[in-house]
Design a protein around this ligand. Structure first.
Ligand code: TYD
Ligand code: MG
Length: 406
């Protein structure tokens, strides 16, 4: 059940009093002043500006969602350090002392960051100074309003508190970041219920054990939604990764089982290394295990390799991994996955300076990927001079023969 606050008594009777109604104003569409997003404040974090669409717009509410421990508080504290005016950091998660400790570790020195240890949403709103240039609420799941009975984190509380905060932000033209936790299993009273309320939703992703972090805009009223910001978690907080390809290509192509492909992250082409290991097994149901690749896609590619290319994998375990902890969901990576497995099976490297890009069909055909030229351009930029695509061979079996059997 979701609680709903009652309107105050003085308000409740008004629906019946039709006489006193004030008419709303109608405005001609073409005479309305256009919204001006020109006045943006840069976060001075290029990767964050990129996902925001160029910086922060006045009154904008931004939901930053992600699993606990992924780096949300870290990123926002680093951002707070870059703002010239007053920043209010509302903390219901951690004590002021804990935040000060993290700030010291991160080298955050901005004296204009004010910490507010408070979990009552109305008190938070009442405490924000007039001159605040940015408000950070960490996290929405810790806030409550006394107008509702539910506990902190319940759907009703989360929704109502966020509603009050975003209304405040809009009315006072103060931009506001709201942190929302999501759990691995999905979301309980999580950010999903807030998505329609805020202007922008940023999704913070990454494997906690790995260093890579990706911030993805999944909704943005003031910018594109296909952009990503890429960071790595270092000793001193989140560092920008402006050239992600270099991060992932390692030993690629030199050893068997390693093939490079180019995926598109948002509008950005990115080189990633697909690694495969093929090992004989006595299991009646051999293992097919993928990290960072879709399990069903992997099954399909293995089946195509068996039936169309003639690589007998039924008594082999197959492990596929995307280096660097990133997740590849594009079919454009199919060919690299298939070639990495074939390379591991034949124990022959595919060779250095080569990228493989293409979708693999059920008939064993190779299909051209979208924006191929763009991907190849990025590959060339990083010194990859050869490519394996549908332009070289139309079928996977021909390509595998050429690469490993000759
Ligand atoms: P945090 O920002 O607290 O995550 P969230 O707010 O999303 O829950 O990030 C915590 C993790 O980041 C923690 O596991 C430690 C790590 N970390 C670093 O590796 N380097 C750093 O400089 C900082 C501040 C944190
Ligand atoms: Mg936190």
């Amino acid at each position: 059940m979701v609680e709903t606050p009652l309107r105050s008594k003085s308000y409740a009777g008004q629906a019946g009093r039709r006489k006193g109604l004030v008419k709303a104003e109608l405005v001609g569409l073409t005479s309305i002043k256009k919204e001006d997003h020109g006045r943006r404040t840069t976060t001075k974090i290029a990767e964050l500006d990129r996902v925001l669409g160029g910086g922060i717009v006045p009154g904008m509410s931004i939901l930053l969602a992600g699993e606990p421990g992924i780096g949300k508080s870290t990123l926002l504290l680093q951002l707070a350090d870059n703002i010239a005016g007053t920043v209010v950091y509302v903390s219901g998660e951690e004590s002021a002392t804990q935040i000060a400790g993290r700030a010291a570790r991160l080298g955050v020195k901005n004296a204009k960051i004010l910490v507010l240890e408070e979990t009552d949403a109305d008190s938070v709103i009442a405490s924000i100074p007039k001159d605040a240039e940015l408000v950070i609420v960490d996290s929405v799941q810790t806030l409550t309003t006394r107008d509702l009975t539910g506990t902190a984190g319940s759907v009703g509380q989360v929704r109502e508190c966020a509603n009050r905060l975003t209304s405040f932000a809009k009315a006072n033209s103060v931009p506001m970041f709201i942190v929302g936790h999501v759990t691995k299993e999905g979301t309980i009273a999580g950010p999903r219920v807030l998505e329609h309320m805020v202007d922008t939703v940023l999704w913070f992703e990454g494997e906690r054990r790995e260093l890579l972090r990706v911030v993805r805009a999944i909704k943005n009223r003031f910018g594109p939604t296909d952009e990503v910001g890429i960071f790595s978690m270092g000793e001193r907080g989140l560092e920008e990764v402006s050239n992600p390809s270099q991060l992932f290509i390692g030993q690629a192509g030199k050893v068997s089982g390693s093939v490079i492909t180019v995926v598109l992250e948002g509008t950005r082409p990115m080189l990633v290394e697909i690694q495969a290991l093929v090992s004989p097994t006595k299991l009646s149901l051999p293992r097919r295990s993928g990290t960072g690749v879709d399990a069903r896609r992997l099954e399909l590619i293995i089946a195509v390799l068996g039936r169309r290319v003639g690589i007998p994998l039924w008594d082999y375990d197959v492990f596929v991994n995307v280096a660097g902890g990133i997740t590849v969901s594009e079919p454009a990576a199919d060919l690299a996955i298939a070639l990495a497995i074939a390379s591991a099976f034949h124990d022959k490297p595919v060779g250095t300076g080569i990228v493989a890009i293409g979708e693999v069909g059920l008939l064993g055909e190779i299909r051209e990927s979208s924006q191929l030229e763009r991907r190849l351009k990025e590959a060339r930029r990083l010194g990859f001079t050869s490519s394996l695509t549908s332009k070289q061979e139309l079928t996977l079996s021909a390509l595998v023969r050429k690469a490993f059997v000759s």
